[in-house]
Write a protein that binds this ligand. Structure first.
Ligand SMILES: [Zn+2]
Length: 269
């Protein structure tokens, strides 16, 4: 599940593979960019902002700065191949864009919200986001715990689970970290934000979990990277809670699935 850490890793991968290189051929397979041509454009770098990817480019000749924006949502991914290497892993019909340089082929599968905008207009795509859990604190939209808490507090009637997923409050948390943070803090997912005593510690934990997981592709909140031991409640409905043995529950909440332990995360009174 692509959450902020996965997107951050993807940005680093694209940065390592493409930064400084000139695109020799581009192939967009989405109607809105069918005529876009990035050949001879140079890749300046790639950054993430919450769950959004920003591939920054400089145009040939005029040095125009443009940004190729993409969002992975539930199932998107970028893969890097060598020229001539077989493109394994994902079906070809999911390909949305192919960028070729002299040494690298970058293929974007099932990307969402693919858009090409002037770099100085990036904010029109990501300006609505709350502080980015993995964003440098000294950059626009970067991590600012106090601001994240302030935004959460402004919605006292929202459930804490939905408020944590709302990228306008803080950017980068997906369904897995939402479930795990609430378990670790003993908070029932339907608790109104206004009834959560220590929002600072919820936000602080979310930040620490994402930071701990960036740089690797396995998402773990338990301290164990062993298969089947990585998480406390996410995806574990019907299995015993690792702390108390009570069966983990799952239920639809809004348009997402929530997992929690009814014993460790009692309803607030
Ligand atoms: Zn439990």
């Amino acid at each position: 599940m692509p959450e902020g850490d996965t997107v951050w890793n993807t940005a680093l991968m694209l940065q390592s593979a493409l930064a400084g290189a000139v695109i020799r051929h581009s192939d967009f397979r989405v109607p809105s960019l069918a005529t876009a041509d990035l050949s001879r454009w140079r890749v300046r770098g790639c950054a993430s902002r919450g769950k959004h990817l920003l591939l920054r480019l400089t145009g040939p000749g005029d040095g125009r700065a443009m940004t190729l924006h993409s969002h992975l949502r539930m199932d998107g991914s970028w893969r890097i191949y060598s020229p001539g290497e077989a493109w394994r892993g994902r079906p070809a019909h999911l390909i949305r864009v192919v960028l070729r340089t002299l040494t690298t082929v970058a293929v974007g599968y099932h990307l969402h919200d693919l858009a090409l905008v002037p770099t100085d207009e990036e904010e029109t795509l990501v300006g609505h986001l709350g502080p980015d859990l993995l964003g440098p604190a000294d950059q626009p939209g970067g991590w600012d715990a106090a601001e994240a808490v302030r935004r959460l507090r402004a919605q006292p009637d929202s459930t804490i689970a939905e408020a944590l997923l709302d990228q306008r409050n803080l950017a980068g948390i997906g369904n897995l970290y939402k479930a795990e943070v609430l378990f670790l803090r003993g908070i029932q997912p339907w608790t109104p934000v206004g009834k959560v005593d220590d929002l600072d510690s919820v936000v602080d934990l979310a930040h620490r979990l994402l930071v701990a997981n960036r740089g690797r592709w396995t998402q773990a909140t338990t301290g164990s990277l062993r298969r089947g031991e990585e998480v406390y409640v996410y995806g574990r409905a019907g299995s015993p809670c690792r702390r108390c043995g009570t069966l983990v529950k799952r239920e639809t909440q809004g348009d997402r699935i929530t997992f929690w332990c009814p014993q460790c995360q009692p309803e607030s009174t």
